[in-house]
Design a protein around this ligand. Structure first.
Ligand code: NAP
Length: 287
């Protein structure tokens, strides 16, 4: 039995779906049952890392775990609490959703700390380090793309080899259901690195209307994030990530996805074709 934590989140939800499709018994770990929407036949268990007894009981009969922490200031502390429970003889694989970027920005540094903790725990691990998600364009920028045909950032001309969450989930499904991935670290990227000007060109081409990228000063971006309700820590972390992108430090393209899946990762043009409706005015009006 595999436990997928963070099963209501962007990545966990997709991993749950794909592992369930593989036919391997799987349990969804969710913080609140109210949010749970799981494929039929999938067991659901409450998992709150702040209440270790919930995780302990969700692990009953589980031998592999997919660990997801929230992108907040609390991530390292929450994952430490989770690892303290997961690192037991019954669990023969802990697959941690980490991040590409080493210790060069706030978000990836948190994940590097968490990886260190897992290494010191002795748990049999697999680390998945994805680059930025293609779906961030939907989650963070589709509203302005729909309203103004514009999206904003402060990454300048920096290129990013962003990855489709569906490919991260496909890799996670393989490493959770096959042997041979213990002690391995995979850095997951898309097939190419694009600047936001190139992203705008792909969006324009697929959507059939002109979409522009507007580069903001980092302080302007922070102000916009705060005005949109982002907590200060999150705004600072996002601005810091844009700095990493601007410096060209997230442009590496790795072969890991293709080596594991035996096919190329999804390109950004394929992604926009699949998510086209998210960028159309009617889709937003319905939200
Ligand atoms: N966005 C990117 O480009 C990117 C790139 C690389 C790596 N990452 C990393 O990927 C990870 C997942 O991202 P995501 O977009 O899937 O995040 P997400 O949608 O915010 O999902 C986070 C999940 O964690 C759960 N959670 C929150 N607090 C919890 C707690 N105390 N106990 C148990 N579960 C808890 C949430 O449950 P609720 O829904 O109930 O709150 C949710 O299911 C993050 O760690 C992020 O740093 C992101």
């Amino acid at each position: 039995m595999i436990l997928i934590t963070g099963a209501t989140g962007n990545v966990g939800r997709e991993v749950l779906k794909q592992v369930a499709q593989s036919g391997v018994p799987v349990r969804a770990g969710v913080q609140s049952l109210g949010k749970a929407s799981v494929p039929s036949g999938v067991e659901v268990a409450v998992v709150d890392y702040n209440q270790p007894e919930t995780l302990r009981s969700a692990l009953n009969g589980v031998d592999r775990v997919f660990l997801v922490g929230p992108p907040t200031a609390q991530l390292p502390a929450l994952e430490r609490k989770a690892v303290d429970v997961i690192a037991s003889p019954d669990v023969r694989q802990l697959v941690k959703l980490s991040a590409m970027g080493g210790r060069e920005a706030i978000f990836p540094r948190q994940h590097a700390e968490s990886e260190d903790y897992i290494l010191s725990s002795g748990a049999p691990y697999t680390f998945l380090r994805p680059n930025g998600f293609m779906q961030n364009v939907v989650n963070y920028s589709s509203s302005t793309i729909v309203r103004e045909n514009v999206f904003y950032g402060s990454e300048g001309n920096g290129k990013v080899s962003q990855i489709d969450i569906r490919d991260i989930a496909a890799v996670a499904t393989r490493v959770l259901t096959e042997e041979g991935h213990i002690g391995k670290t995979y850095t997951l990227t898309g097939p190419e690195a694009l600047s936001n000007t190139q992203v705008a060109a792909v969006l324009s081409d697929v959507l059939g209307r002109q979409i522009r990228f507007v580069n903001l000063d980092p302080s302007q971006l922070k102000q916009a994030l705060l005005s949109a309700g982002s907590p200060e820590w999150s705004a600072d972390a996002l601005v810091d990530l844009q700095r990493l992108y601007r410096e060209g430090k997230a442009a590496t393209v790795t072969p890991d996805v293709e080596q594991i899946l035996g096919r190329k990762p999804t390109s950004f043009v394929e992604f926009v074709r699949d998510y086209r409706e998210s960028f159309e005015p009617r889709a937003q009006a319905a939200v």
